[in-house]
Design a protein around this ligand. Structure first.
Ligand code: SF4
Length: 350
């Protein structure tokens, strides 16, 4: 089940605001651009500004549509990016954004959400946004300025939250799937001890209580049931985490991704995401170096176990449970021969 993603409001529709909006959507936010009714910016192909005039605009394959008001956007499910000419003081109490970018607002003027949290307010000051935290991959600072600013905005968010919303949704999805029986029960602990698991829930899933308190011995027994290759897979992921991701939250995500990898359904299903495209976004966002190695655009679960097999000296390692998948032939290029022995990632608990 998909839940509504956190909302970010970005002020303006110019190239910088649009680049920030794209970056935030990629990170898992739904974004409303708070636009002037008659923006001074000349609409061009590098921004969503034309959406205010024409009703919609696309940038990098992402569509932004104009909505009459925030209520309409919410009614339609608040997908991806929209723009709206409602004043900020009207939008804020309706949307209760998690993040507010580009507004000069006193902290006292910002609404507080039901969890008692005010939005993270980020001003678009290029000098502050393009410092040491800027994306080191950008080769041309002058041309990439909006992208660098957008990267700086995301870094500011990660300093507060540890993980972007898309990653938090994946962690929550794995826990949900474990508790509903879609994944083995050890996944409900993500293989962490209780102390670490509670830290994860507190930091990652704000406002969510662990579903139930387990008796200590039962919890420890459950956490110890992870397959033998669970730990190596988490280490493979962790070693290639994005430069801006701190080690501890990256480990939480790596455990969730690995636990989903041992599931019997498509990876996106066991992560509780909306489809393969979101897994691709998650990989590019949080494990970009590893994602770049998937040059053949293999299904991510297959790719991860192949990469793990390469690392362990077991080339051709396959994920467990793929033989039950309708997409087996498309994924492996061959029908699975009945009764053939295989070197797959099943095995005893570690
Ligand atoms: S066969 Fe391919 S598509 Fe099906 S679960 Fe395995 S990796 Fe995913």
């Amino acid at each position: 089940m998909q839940t509504l993603r956190p909302c970010a409001i970005v002020c303006g529709t110019d190239a910088v605001a649009s680049a920030v909006a794209l970056r935030l959507v990629e990170a898992g936010y739904t974004v409303l651009l708070a636009a002037d009714a008659a923006p001074a910016v000349v609409p061009c192909g590098e921004s969503f500004a034309a959406a205010m005039k024409d009703g919609e605009a696309s940038l990098d394959g992402v569509r932004c549509r104009r909505v009459a008001d925030a209520a309409e956007w919410l009614r339609d499910g608040a997908h991806d990016i929209a723009c709206c000419a409602q004043p900020l003081h009207v939008l804020l109490p309706i949307l209760e954004p998690d993040v507010l970018v580009g507004a000069r607002l006193s902290a006292a003027a910002a609404p507080v959400d039901p969890r008692g949290r005010a939005p993270l307010m980020i001003e678009l000051e290029p000098a502050a946004a393009t410092g040491a935290d800027a994306d080191p991959d950008e080769e041309n600072a002058a041309i990439a300025s909006p992208a660098r600013i957008a990267a700086g905005v995301l870094q500011t968010i990660l300093r507060r939250d540890g993980l972007p919303p898309l990653a938090r949704a994946a962690v929550a999805g794995v826990l949900r799937n474990a508790l509903s029986g879609e994944l083995n029960l050890y996944a409900a602990t993500l293989g962490f001890d209780r102390h670490e698991f509670r830290a994860l829930v507190a930091a990652c899933l704000a406002g969510v209580e662990p579903e139930h308190e387990w008796e200590a011995t039962a919890y420890a027994l459950c956490a110890s049931q992870a397959p033998a290759l669970f730990a190596p897979l988490t280490e493979l992921l962790l070693a290639q985490r994005a430069p801006g991701l701190a080690e501890r939250p990256a480990r939480w995500l790596a455990h969730a991704l690995a636990a989903a990898g041992f599931g019997s359904r498509h990876l996106w299903q066991d992560l509780g995401l909306s489809g393969r495209a979101e897994v691709s976004r998650l990989m590019r966002l949080c494990f970009p170096a590893l994602a770049k190695q998937n040059t053949a655009d293999l299904k991510w679960k297959r790719f991860l176990f192949l990469a793990l097999g390469e690392q362990l000296g077991r080339p051709g390692l396959t994920p467990p449970h793929c033989d039950g998948c309708d997409g087996y032939a498309a994924c492996f290029g061959t029908a699975r021969p009945a009764g053939t022995a295989r070197d797959d990632a099943q095995g005893g608990a570690a």
